[in-house]
Design a protein around this ligand. Structure first.
Ligand SMILES: Cc1ncc(COP(=O)(O)O)c(C=O)c1O
Length: 379
């Protein structure tokens, strides 16, 4: 069976991890953390980047930084991973779910505009598959209303919108290094701080509510409890792993792009004949080849497709179950709108394997397997 996902190792990780172990400093904020943060900061042209234990935790840090309170509203797509909502709901906020654009699976600006109330404390665009949301429109909306944007950029490291890196539009942005992502350290994330106003508190919140970072830099002679915070610092063992991957990112990105393009070109004719939709990349966007997905005409055909690829030794998967329909989403979330696009996409989208263990022969086999599936239009 060709697996849907399999973490890739560049071969350098183990050497860097050994160096971290030999250094005798395996907790966070050592040499590897500094190098990885600097690498990301330079790549993104962002003022500040802090590595965190996950993207989920970087989102939780954002909730603390925005001082999210009971009754605050936070606007986000329903078509996303639970962490986007959970991080804010954990602090008493009401996730306000909106529908997505059928072309990109990204939140629709009109739906966001309609969902804004006096209680709105943040807007959370999710750049689905690393294809940027309409950050020109959302940025203008944020500017006019004064509501901060937190980009959930779990998928989109190396993606751009109008040639500007995703993760540099919001006051804050988050990244994921979970092992399903292009660049991984097993579990990990980062918080990008684009608005200087959040920088000082971000360091404190990440360090259990203490000013230990300032102490380490010799800016204070002892450290103490100065705010509410938690333990969001990534250990040096993982930052060593991460740095090895970041330093090999051009090879990783090049191969992922090749695979993505092989699928896109190899499936075009089949998709057209069978009424299957391929990913749409708007002209403003460069995407990081994080995901290759197809949209089938119906739920029953999507399920038959997954069964067909499985029977031919190719694992394909679907996601997300819309948050507005989940038990917890109904209990903590809020919406006045309808979700025709979210519900249709959740029923019909399927993802193909995309990782660096795939050989060209594997990709050919996957394409042949897909092309041997005939969509039934009464399905
Ligand atoms: C859109 C989105 N946000 C957040 C996350 C959470 O990332 P992590 O596993 O690093 O906490 C994910 C995970 O895949 C995701 O897809």
């Amino acid at each position: 069976m060709i697996p849907f996902s399999k973490a890739y190792s560049t071969g350098v990780e183990i050497e860097y991890i050994s160096r971290a172990l030999d250094s005798g400093k395996t907790s966070g904020d050592g040499e590897f953390t500094r190098s990885a943060q600097e690498w990301l900061r330079t790549q993104l042209h962002a003022p500040h980047v802090l590595l965190t234990t996950s993207c989920t935790h970087a989102l939780e840090m954002s909730a603390l930084l925005l001082d999210i309170q009971q009754g605050d509203e936070v606007i986000m797509p329903s078509f996303t991973f639970v962490s986007t909502a959970n991080a804010f709901a954990l602090h008493g906020a009401t996730p306000v779910f909106v529908d997505i654009d059928p072309a990109t699976q990204n939140m629709s600006t009109d739906a966001v505009r309609a969902a804004i109330t006096e209680q709105t404390k943040a807007i959370i665009p999710v750049h689905y598959a690393g294809v940027g949301c309409r950050m020109d429109e959302l940025g203008a909306l944020a500017k006019n209303t004064g509501i901060p944007i937190v980009e959930d950029n779990a998928h989109g490291l190396f993606g751009t919108f109008n040639n500007k890196p995703l993760g540099t539009f919001g006051a804050l942005a988050t990244l994921s290094f979970h092992d399903t992502k292009n660049i991984t350290c097993g579990e990990g994330g980062a918080l990008v701080i684009n608005d200087e106003a959040y920088w000082e508190r971000a360091e404190i919140i990440r360090e259990k509510g203490t000013n230990r970072s300032r102490f380490f830099r010799g800016q204070v002679d002892k450290y103490t409890w100065v705010a509410l915070g938690s333990s969001y610092v990534m250990s040096e063992v993982l930052t060593a792993y991460l740095l090895a991957q970041l330093e090999h990112s051009s090879t990783i990105q090049q191969r992922r792009t090749e695979i993505w393009s092989m699928y896109h070109n190899g499936l075009r004719a089949w998709a057209e004949i069978n009424g299957v939709r391929q990913p749409h990349i708007p002209l403003e966007c460069n995407h990081p080849a994080h995901m290759y997905y197809l949209i089938l005409p119906s739920l029953s055909e999507r399920q038959r497709f997954i069964e067909h690829t499985k029977n031919n030794g190719v694992q394909t998967v679907f996601h997300y179950l819309p948050l507005h329909n989940s038990d917890i989403g109904k209990r903590f979330g809020y919406t006045t709108g309808q979700f025709p696009v979210t519900e249709h996409i959740a029923d019909t989208l399927v993802r193909l394997p995309l990782h660096l263990h795939l050989t060209d022969d594997d990709c050919t086999r996957i394409i042949e397997t897909v092309c041997s599936f005939e969509v039934r239009h009464d399905g």
